[in-house]
Design a protein around this ligand. Structure first.
Ligand code: PLP
Length: 240
């Protein structure tokens, strides 16, 4: 397993390099986030020991379970799953550096309140549903400016970027359209001085397209840790 994870990471780094080269970008413009849902702390450790520093989890419960085991290893932790508003308090308990799945005002309100109470701040990416699929979470791209400006009123939430899950499709152009949408939202918000410098988009199956369209962070699970037991909708539809 150890060798396999190491080899898989090497392969991903190579794919990043090839994609960046093709897109005329520098390799260091694209960060790798290890999507670690269902992955054991032991296997996450193996990955972190190959000079990786960034993981993303989808469920508070899993963060909690792996927390003590991963604590001794320096790393950053992002939350990338659907978050119920009643879990905000818990989110703040386990050294999560950033929430990438901020997708509705109600959640932002709750987060702001709790951050105020604890007298701290948190980084956030705004998540958009660029595929317009009902099964996906994320704010409607057409509401981007209003949503971003509303969230900006919450002084404890530091907006750093945008996140999306592309359409699952073999039709490349349809997938690409999603990433272009996120890029366009970024340009629109940057124009209003909202500092959304990070574009978190691209997964195991579509990372090259995302890099071509400007991703600054790709989130990779399967291609590093192998297939998961449940379909992804199981993780994304929590609480629905
Ligand atoms: C699981 C997950 C990923 C990684 O997907 P893979 O296809 O396994 O690489 C990326 N982003 C989110 C939000 C996820 O839930």
């Amino acid at each position: 397993m150890e060798n396999q994870i190491q080899n898989n990471i090497a392969k991903i780094l190579e794919r990043i390099e090839v994609a960046c080269h093709k897109a005329n970008r520098n390799t260091d413009e694209v960060k790798l986030l290890l999507a670690t849902k269902t992955v054991s702390a032991e296997n996450i450790k193996i990955a972190l020991n190959t000079h990786q520093t960034l993981i993303g989890e989808n469920k508070i419960q899993e963060i909690k379970e792996k927390y003590e085991l991963l604590k001794p290893i320096a790393h950053q932790k992002h939350f990338i799953g659907h978050l119920q508003t009643n879990k905000v308090k818990e989110l703040l308990r386990y050294d999560v550096n950033c929430i990438q799945s901020l997708d509705r005002l109600k959640l932002a309100e709750k987060l702001q309140k709790r951050l105020e109470y604890e007298d701290r701040t948190m980084a956030a990416y705004l998540q958009f549903n660029t595929s317009y699929e009902e099964s996906k979470f994320g704010m409607d791209p057409r509401e981007a400016l209003r949503f971003a400006m509303d969230v900006q009123q919450f002084d404890r939430i530091k907006i750093k970027g945008l996140m999306t899950i592309g359409l699952f499709s073999a039709e490349e152009e349809k997938v690409r359209k999603c990433f272009k949408r996120l890029k366009n939202i970024q340009l629109q918000l940057l124009d209003k001085d909202i500092p959304v410098t990070e574009l978190s988009m691209g997964m195991s199956g579509d990372m090259e397209i995302a890099i071509e369209e400007g991703a600054t962070m790709i989130r990779i699970g399967t291609a590093i840790f192998g297939k998961r037991e449940h379909p992804d909708s199981y993780y994304w539809n929590e609480g629905k």
